[in-house]
Structures are given as C-alpha cells and as structure tokens.
Ligand binder design. Structure first.
Ligand code: CTP
Length: 422
C-alpha cells in the first residue's frame, strides 16, 4: 500500500502542550501533523514536562519550554508570527483561564497573547466536573467569542476512573478543524462585527403585536460566518425561532426601540455594522395595558400608528470609522430604490432583496440579492443558500475595507458583476 499524500505540505503550526494526563497523546498528534506535511514547533508548559519528557517530542520537532534563555530569542513573539495556526492540545482549565484573562507569566501563555492574528485551536482535556464548571465554561465562551476554535472534549472513561466529558479529542478531529480554518481563511480576525437580525415586535396590547415575516436567517448566517472567519461578533436579534449561535454574544431585543438602544450601545465597540434586521417602521402610538375586548371594538378597531426611529439612519449619523452595511427590502424598482437608500442613509454597502419573489427571501433558506457599494459597484448574487450569501456579503465588506475613503457614497456608474449561487 502506498503512503497517502500529505494534505498540508508547507504549513507551519505551533503545538502547545499543557500539563494534563493526556499530554502523552500530544505525541501521537504531533506524529499525525508531521505526517500531513506540517512543520511543527512544540511548546510545553513546565507542568507538561512532568508528564512527558521534551525529548519525546524532539525526535519530530523543535521544542521550547522557556520564555527566557531558550535557543530562540523571544520565542513567544517569533513562534506564533511564523505559524499558520496555533493548537493547544491538551489544553488545561488553567491554560484556558490564563488565555481568557490575558495572563502571560510563562512561554505558553505569552505566546497565546501573540497568536491573535491567526487561527487558534484549543483541544481541552480535564476531569468532567472541571470541564462543566461555570468558571471553565465562562472562559471557553470568552475565547470562542474572540474567535478561538474550541474542540469540546469527548465523553468516556477519565483518568479519575469516572465516566464523563473530558477526554481529549482524537488527532483526526484536530486535523479536520485545521482543514476547516485554513479552507475558510481567517480574513476577519481582529474585526468586531455588530449584526442585527430578525423582526421587531410592536405591542398593540399585552397579547397582540405588529411584526413582519423576517425569520432572522440571513442575519444569523452573517453573524456565524463572520465568527468562523475570525471576527468577534455581537448579534442583536429580534424574536426568532433560531437557536442562539455558539461562540458569539447574542443580545435579544423585542421592539425597534430596544434594537436602537442595543445597537447604539455597542457602536463604539464595532468596526463593522450589518443591519440585517427587518425593523418595524410603525408602532401603535399607545399600547393598551389590558387586552382589547372584541365586544368593545365591535365597530372595528382603529390603530393609531407612529413611526419608529430608523435604527440604521441613527447608527449612520453617529458612526465614526465603522463600515456600515444596510439591507433594502423592495417589491419594485429594486436597484433604484436600494441606491436611493444607500445614499440617503450614507451606507458603504446595501444588500437589495426583491421580497416579491416567493422562491427566496423571507423564511426561505435561500436568497437572491444585488449588492450596491459606495463606489458604485454592483454585484448580482443569483439565488443561493443564505449561508453562501453571507460569505459573499463578508467578501464584499473585506473588499470595501481595503478601498480608500470609507464613508462617502458616490455616483452609480461603477462596475457590474454577476455571481452564481454555489
Ligand atoms: N431599518 C432600520 N430601522 C427602521 C427601518 C429600517 O434600521 N425603522 C433598516 C433595515 O434594517 C435595513 C434598512 O433600514 O437595513 C432598509 O430597510 P427597508 O425596510 O428596506 O427600508 P426603509 O428604510 O424602512 O424604507 P421603506 O420601508 O420605505 O422602503
């Protein structure tokens, strides 16, 4: 039988090994990484060296254990700078905590603070009770929000003799995670993206409200894709039936007013704002404190509506350097109407949806759109899954970020392109 072709020839990885009983499994992981063509530098914590001798790794890799006095100068800076990814396996509760808190009292923890520009993968291993502890879970959540990939430990027999969730995942799981982050790229690392999604509800009385058909799927897809591409993401969501995405902060809101507060409150934090929510344009001027009775309204019910504040416009007026993306839901003159909104709301990019179509849009898993940008560029995105469209919208954001003059929308004379759904 011939040897399989290495999948990742030319890639470089730092493998951090912490002091867990599972440290010996890192030797097998190292072997698997090397077999796939990856050049690996191993970093061990002091306690890891008590479980496995550095010499065991040195057969296959350079090994560093010391912040000071090693062979390489300033290894905590040099190693992550040269690497295409940093893997910590096994990652202990202590190491997760140190990284979440930003402590840097040894080589491994200092190195992790310098690994922010590339994919960072943690494969924790510990006792089940430790893994389930709220402090550990809090740190895991914090790291995920910052873009780290955490490979949840598996359930099985633990060193304590008990059955629980705490076993280090297999090398194949770590290799698959590497493949995923390298395929997707990590181009949004360092970005803080504020995304709104879903409808708002405006109360008529304690049991009735005005709302719209938005499912939230498009905004959620953008938030999740941005997270996967390395961004920190906050999702401000109106009421939807969707599960809260993992690894990012979701802020639940109900009314347009709540959404306005949630978005403005986080605007200074953000580098990009994507307003995918379908905010109600009107709300009842007065919401009845008691349920409206049919008998009392038998002549018909008149609702007196007042406009809600335009959240996107408010964000646009207060923003400083943030790149701003809006949506336009139109049933006619799609491009002309969207162009008018792009200019009136002073946006960098607008995603124009034809909401009269029944095969895409509201409630559907698919969407079709035209992207109009501030420099006049037009991209037609034919019918495709919302998850794919999310990636295309993020691609457009990346393109705009590398262009000069971030805010002024200009004449509608630019390039036109067409992309098919994949
Ligand atoms: N939007 C908003 N606040 C509102 C209404 C809309 O922030 N009260 C935002 C939406 O999130 C979207 C953009 O404005 O990003 C365009 O929404 P759309 O409903 O298409 O347009 P409107 O501005 O409401 O104008 P019209 O309803 O007249 O088309």
């Amino acid at each position: 039988m011939g040897e399989s072709v290495p999948r990742f020839r030319g890639k470089r990885v730092v493998l951090g090994v912490c002091g867990s009983i599972a440290a010996y499994k890192a030797v097998e992981l190292l072997r698997s990484l090397v077999k796939e063509g990856i050049a690996v530098s191993v970093v061990m914590t002091e306690s890891a060296t008590r479980f496995v001798r550095p010499l065991t790794f040195e057969v296959l890799s350079a090994v560093s254990t010391d912040l000071f006095g090693g062979r390489q100068e300033m290894p905590h800076l040099a190693l992550p700078g040269q690497a295409d990814a940093v893997i910590v396996a096994p990652a202990t509760a202590n190491q997760l905590a140190k990284c979440a808190l930003g402590l840097a009292d040894d080589l491994m923890s200092a190195l992790l603070l310098n690994a922010a520009h590339g994919p960072l993968i943690f494969a924790p291993a510990m006792d089940g009770d430790m893994w389930g502890h709220p402090a550990v879970q809090g740190h895991v959540d914090q790291l995920r929000r910052r873009g780290a990939v955490i490979l949840d430990p598996e359930e099985g027999l633990l060193a304590s003799g008990r059955i629980g969730r705490g076993r280090l995942v297999e090398p194949s799981v770590i290799l698959n995670a590497l493949e995923t982050v390298w395929q997707r790229g990590w181009d949004l690392s360092g970005q803080r993206i504020l995304v709104s999604a879903g409808p708002t509800r405006e109360a008529v009385d304690p049991v009735r409200y005005l709302s719209n058909r938005s499912s939230g799927k498009m905004g959620y897809a953008i938030a999740e894709a941005a997270r996967r591409r390395g961004a920190e993401v906050v999702l401000v969501s109106g009421p939807t039936a969707l599960a809260r995405p993992e690894g990012l902060e979701t802020v639940g809101v109900v009314t347009a007013e709540d959404m306005l507060k949630a978005m403005l409150g986080r605007l200074d934090w953000a580098t990009v704002v994507v307003m995918a929510a379908a905010v109600a344009d009107f709300r009842p001027r007065r919401s009845a404190s008691q349920k409206l009775k049919k008998a009392q309204e038998s002549g018909g019910l008149q609702l007196d509506l007042e406009p809600t504040e335009d959240v996107l416009l408010a964000v646009s007026q207060r923003r400083t350097t943030q790149l701003l993306v809006g949506f336009a839901a139109e049933t006619e003159q799609l491009v002309a109407q969207a162009r008018e909104k792009l200019s009136r709301k002073n946006l960098d990019l607008i995603v124009a949806n034809d909401v009269a179509r029944s095969d895409v849009g509201f409630d559907s898993d698919h969407n079709a759109a035209v992207l109009l940008d501030r420099s006049g560029g037009i991209t037609e995105l034919e019918r495709m899954p919302k998850t794919t469209m999310a990636e295309r919208i993020l691609d457009a954001i990346r393109r705009l970020q590398t262009m000069p003059t971030p805010t002024a929308p200009s004449r509608p004379s630019g390039s036109r392109s067409r992309e098919r759904g994949r």
